[in-house]
Design a protein around this ligand. Structure first.
Ligand code: SAH
Length: 348
């Protein structure tokens, strides 16, 4: 605004219009003089993602397939829950990690997203769920668990979180954000030093290096000893009563035996970590060579962890029918579930 010879309050006006009211074009900011809107449009853009498709699950979960200005796929998922809603955003288009149970891996890395592209995913999901220019409902949670590895887009991620936390904007504070990593050790250590940081989840998937090497090749770079060492360091940044999360995808006959459960409990107890474990039944998808664990195996696994003092929770899969669940984001279409954007803006 200074460059354009405008007063400072104009900048605040524009920030609030784009982030609090979530308008998606300069033209929609009607309180600005027409000439200023035109001048802005010449040097900047208020939105760069376009909506390709919107899929609605029978459980109410919505998946947005978006496209960047350079034609790459980005996916965002809106998950309605009884008391609060959750938006799951992507940090990269595709993903460079090659976790054998995840469909996103098959895209490879297309590129990391910018801070603006991360923020805009949340804007699009909020506007679709609640309507443009409505207040962001209190208690909306964000999870960085979509496509990509957030800690390989660290700068964009942290910048996006700062923008979204601004009280003059969306005001979604870091305490309502959880970021999930496959185990980029230096970034776990770095996150621990950031005062206004989001919550941390670490994807484990196996209790031994031998098995984790196969399922998550990133383990060859940062094996369990180093990963859990970084988690121990991170633990110092937890607030009283706070725990961080390990995610454990449950693959039938691969990592879900009673022995695996005991190994996992012993591993975590050896490091005495203030953590809980979320058990995620595998979300199957055609080319992946796995099946979800049976409910009985999941229950037994949970019981063994609990008996050894480790809080464990079973996550209910959401949006499997529209390829919106964990590990299913791979820019897929699905003819019979597509609906158009716009008509149903009511909150679920
Ligand atoms: N790259 C980050 C975030 C994306 S994955 C990470 O690895 O943590 C988000 C979660 O989905 C991870 O815990 C991952 O292990 C899990 N996941 C991946 N594929 C899955 C699948 N097919 N079924 C269930 N969970 C899966």
């Amino acid at each position: 605004m200074q460059e354009l010879g405008e007063p400072a309050y104009r900048a605040r006006q524009i920030f609030a219009a784009l982030h609090s009211r979530r308008l998606q074009s300069f033209d929609a900011i009607t309180e600005l003089p027409k000439e200023l809107r035109a001048a802005l449009g010449k040097r900047a853009t208020a939105s760069t993602l376009t909506l390709e498709s919107r899929y609605v699950s029978e459980d109410g979960t919505r998946r947005y397939l978006l496209k960047t200005h350079d034609g790459l796929p980005v996916e965002t998922v809106f998950i309605p829950e009884e008391r609060r809603d959750t938006i799951c955003f992507s940090s990269q288009s595709g993903c460079p990690l090659q976790c054998s149970f995840c469909l996103t891996a098959q895209l490879g890395l297309l590129r990391s997203l910018s801070a603006g592209e991360i923020v805009e995913q949340v804007v699009i999901a909020l506007n679709d769920a609640y309507g443009v220019a409505t207040e962001t409902p209190h208690g909306t949670n964000l999870v960085g668990m979509g496509a990509g590895e957030p800690f390989l887009a660290f700068e964009s991620l942290m910048k996006a979180l700062r923008v979204m936390a601004d009280p003059a904007g969306m005001h979604i504070v870091p305490g309502r954000v959880t970021v999930s990593t496959a185990g980029i050790v230096p970034r776990i250590r770095e996150l621990a030093t950031i005062s206004d940081r989001p919550h941390l989840a670490v994807s484990l998937a196996a209790p031994t290096d031998e098995l984790r090497d196969q399922l998550m090749p990133i383990n060859k770079k940062w094996p369990l000893q180093e990963l859990l060492g970084a988690c121990k360091e991170f633990e110092k940044s937890l607030k009283p009563g706070e725990r961080f999360t390990f995610e454990y995808v449950m693959l039938d006959g691969v990592n879900d035996s009673e022995d695996h459960a005991r190994q996992l409990a012993n591993l975590l107890n050896r490091h005495q970590l203030r953590a809980k474990v979320n058990l995620i039944p595998h979300n199957p998808a055609a080319p992946l060579p796995y099946l979800p664990s049976t409910p009985m195996a999941v229950e037994k696994f949970q019981a063994i962890l609990e008996a050894k003092g480790i809080p464990a929770f079973v996550r209910r899969p959401r949006g499997r029918d529209i390829y919106a669940a964990c590990g299913q984001l791979a820019a897929r279409g699905s003819e019979n579930v597509a609906t158009s954007m716009g008509s149903s803006n009511a909150a679920p």
